[in-house]
Write a protein that binds this ligand. Sequence first.
Ligand code: DGY
Length: 321
Amino acid sequence: MKPKCVVALALPNDIIEHLKVRYDVAAWSGSEAMNPGQLSDALKGAQGLLCALSTRLTAEMMDHASELKVISTISVGVDHIDIGAATQRGIPVGHTPGVLVDSTADLAVALMLAVTRRVAEADQWVREGQWTQGWQSDLLLGTDISQATIGLVGLGPIGEAVARRLRGFGCKLVGWNRTPKAVDGVESMALDEVFETADVVSLHTALTDETRHIASRERLALMRPGATLINTGRGPLVDEAALIEALASGRLRAGLDVFSKEPLPADHPFLSLRNVVLLPHVGSATLSTRNAMVRRALENLDAGMRNERLAWCANPAVYGG
Ligand code: DGY
């Protein structure tokens, strides 16, 4: 009998067929993520789980999945999984670091330019038929990245990749990392000082208990009038209520790819604000990056199903070190 494996998100048929060669696959094909009850039911008797960000996996669900021996997520972030609980139960959690660094860094820079040069606003203005006059000297004026100070919060692989790109723009770079780290061309600063100094603050930390609301009300209040906040990490890195107030008053601008609640509800206050560019969590959304993420996730899944060490494991403590 083949071991059971749950695939908790809709994936192309060729991937499911490939998995079916080795596993008894319970594949989800709904457009909405499985709800907790559906997932708990599906996990009964399953040894493997392949999932992504919209699958929340709690300790309680793991308790009901007594045969589960590997969780593989198609993401680098693992904040949707109770990692402590998985480790306690001896379940390795595979993730996909490295392969989405460049795509996410590109998107962070794209958001910086979109906000500072008002790209989305200008596009909307043209489509609304407002372009009724020729070239105007004061039309949709923005600010120059080359003259700006950019603050990077988190200097891991993505923060570093953003710094590499921005060095080409000639702007001043300042940054903070939890463990102080020298990055070429980036002046190290205390966290509050980055928020106080930069014209654009870009968040590149993982979401943990320590980084939740790292862009707190107090730190947003430290930002310079007219400054921009960019978030391509996770929504809860930002105190969104405080950000909405700062945007509504016109004091700050923002470019956001991630939100505390995804998808963004239709009546969300962000949607009525023009000084924020909103994207639907597409930091890693290029064909080659998504293929690479899936490949890594499948390798992790197969290794776990064979009781081998995962190549990209988010909780190496599960192996006792
Ligand atoms: C991740 O992998 O954590 C990203 O947020 C997905 O784009």
